[in-house]
Design a protein around this ligand. Sequence first.
Ligand code: CDP
Ligand code: ZN
Length: 169
Amino acid sequence: MHSSPFRIGLGHDTHRLEPGGPLILGGLSLEHTRRAVGHSDADVLLHAITDAVLGAAALGDIGELFPDTDPANRGRDSAEMLDAAAERLADAGWEIVNLDCVVFAQRPKILPYRDQMRERVAAILGLSAHQVGLKAKTGEAVGPIGEELAIAAECVALIVRTHTGSPPA
Ligand code: CDP
Ligand code: ZN
């Protein structure tokens, strides 16, 4: 049966925001008046990327790899979880071609941090920044994003097979 060397994956994540800071996003700690709440460090962008990467290879999702019922995952650095997902991907015989991501946040402006964030994500995954697309959208001041009650992120990932023997199903 013909099997494409390429697969795509989609990741989505949302976290609640509460007063305080900093905001952990894309592996960076941003000075901000609100912070994301979660079991781990609540890095919504790294979580969406992790799910996109795992999803592309049908390797499950971040919650399966790092259950929020496990105390070991409390306050966990999301870069570690993304790194672990990337290792699973490599073990399964795949590598990332590129990522494209969207952050949904009323504030702060992501643009000033965008390139630093792309570099950070690329460094975690052993990619170069040109393989990591990153954009941001406000919530147009309406809904949970617009009212700064929540922050969300989405990511698509393209992966390519790295070895030809026994292709994954
Ligand atoms: O203009 P449009 O309604 O399409 O988008 P917007 O949500 O008003 O955002 C306008 C622009 O602001 C985006 O294209 C981003 O370049 C930037 N932006 C940002 O840097 N950080 C955010 N948290 C939201 C938007
Ligand atoms: Zn998350």
